[in-house]
Design a protein around this ligand. Structure first.
Ligand code: MTE
Ligand code: MO
Length: 311
């Protein structure tokens, strides 16, 4: 694996910066090799996102490798045929030009070009755990900014209570859209206080560069205390509404995928327990933590709620 820690360096001494630099050196070498062999260059020549601020919200756990993060994905618009399909197919999706409309119960609805979204707030590195409802997890060094900064741009009305996120439908690049299993476009939603929480970010990159398409380029939601399916990829529309929006997975299988979907080791998925997870790259399972380990920051959002009922 590319970013494997040499046995003699304790994890505390590996900075993300050191990881980036080693990766950059590798990419340069790989690119030169590919060129020499007459092959196309590496598929990961994405723009660097310089000047990243560090965040106190980052976990100190070691991140998964870029290879794991960008080749083991769920992005069903590109097919239901397994974790490697998004990486194989998502390159066909064009991510420029790209606009995102922010609309609904707001004072100043806007349609923003991705170039302007990148300037909404200083970009930060946010190293977060991601826990998929399927029972695996990763640690991902996202690049992004708080969703709250984007919502501030449109001046919310007092009647706005929830946020709906609508993702891209590209019938040519996305063969999964022809499958009738889900009600397209892939749509997700948050309660307004969840959307405004400082842990909730719009991610535009990872490992210091633009997002790979399979991870939701050019812009995706990341809500680290919820199961991964809440974090919609390749978002085109954000709508402020007064009632909980209908969401894709909840519509398909309400027993299995609740609207809240907070990571909860005590509430089993109907077909399997959620109390353990496999960190990609590790052999043994680890215990799943309430709110994916972010309870201290977010548990108060749900004070007084029965989280079994509102799962
Ligand atoms: N548009 C869209 N967003 C999506 C999905 C999807 O299929 N389509 N899958 C979700 C699921 S189930 C997970 S676990 C995460 C995975 O994100 P990653 O591949 O970047 O790790 O994306 C979420 N966002
Ligand atoms: Mo997932």
């Amino acid at each position: 694996m590319l970013i494997k820690r040499p046995e003699d360096i304790p994890p505390s001494e590996i900075t993300p910066r050191a990881l980036f630099e080693r990766r950059r050196a590798f990419i340069k070498a790989a690119g030169a090799l590919a060129l020499a062999a007459g092959m196309p260059g590496p598929a990961w020549s994405r723009e660097a996102l310089p000047g990243l601020q560090k965040s106190p919200y980052s976990t100190l756990e070691p991140p998964n490798s870029l290879r794991d993060i960008s080749t083991y994905n769920n992005f069903v618009e590109f097919g239901f045929g397994g974790k490697s399909q998004p990486a194989e197919r998502a390159g066909a999706m064009k991510t420029r030009p790209w606009t995102v409309s922010v609309e609904g119960l707001v004072q100043k609805p806007r349609t923003l070009a991705i170039e302007d979204i990148l300037k909404v707030a200083p970009l930060e590195e946010r190293i977060y755990r991601l826990r998929c409802v399927e029972g695996w997890s990763m640690v991902i060094p996202w690049v992004g900014f708080p969703l709250a900064a984007l919502l501030k741009q449109v001046e919310l009305l007092g009647s706005a209570k929830f946020v709906e996120f609508v993702t891209r439908m590209d019938p040519v690049a996305m063969p999964g859209l022809r499958q009738p299993f889900l009600d397209w476009p892939y749509t997700e939603g948050l309660r307004l206080d969840e959307a405004l929480h400082p842990l909730t970010i719009m991610a535009v990159g990872l490992y210091g560069e633009e997002l790979p398409n399979q991870n939701g380029a050019p812009l995706r939601l990341v809500v680290p205390w919820k199961y991964g399916f809440k974090s919609g990829k390749s978002i085109v529309r954000i709508r402020l509404v007064d009632q909980a929006p209908r969401t894709t997975w909840n519509l398909a299988q309400p027993e299995e995928y609740g609207f809240y979907a907070n990571v909860n080791p005590d509430v089993s998925h109907p077909r399997w327990s959620q109390d353990k997870e496999r960190r990609i790259g590790e052999l043994f399972k680890r215990r799943t933590l309430p709110f994916n380990g972010y309870a201290e920051q977010v548990a108060s959002l749900y004070a007084g709620m029965d989280l079994r009922k509102f799962h």
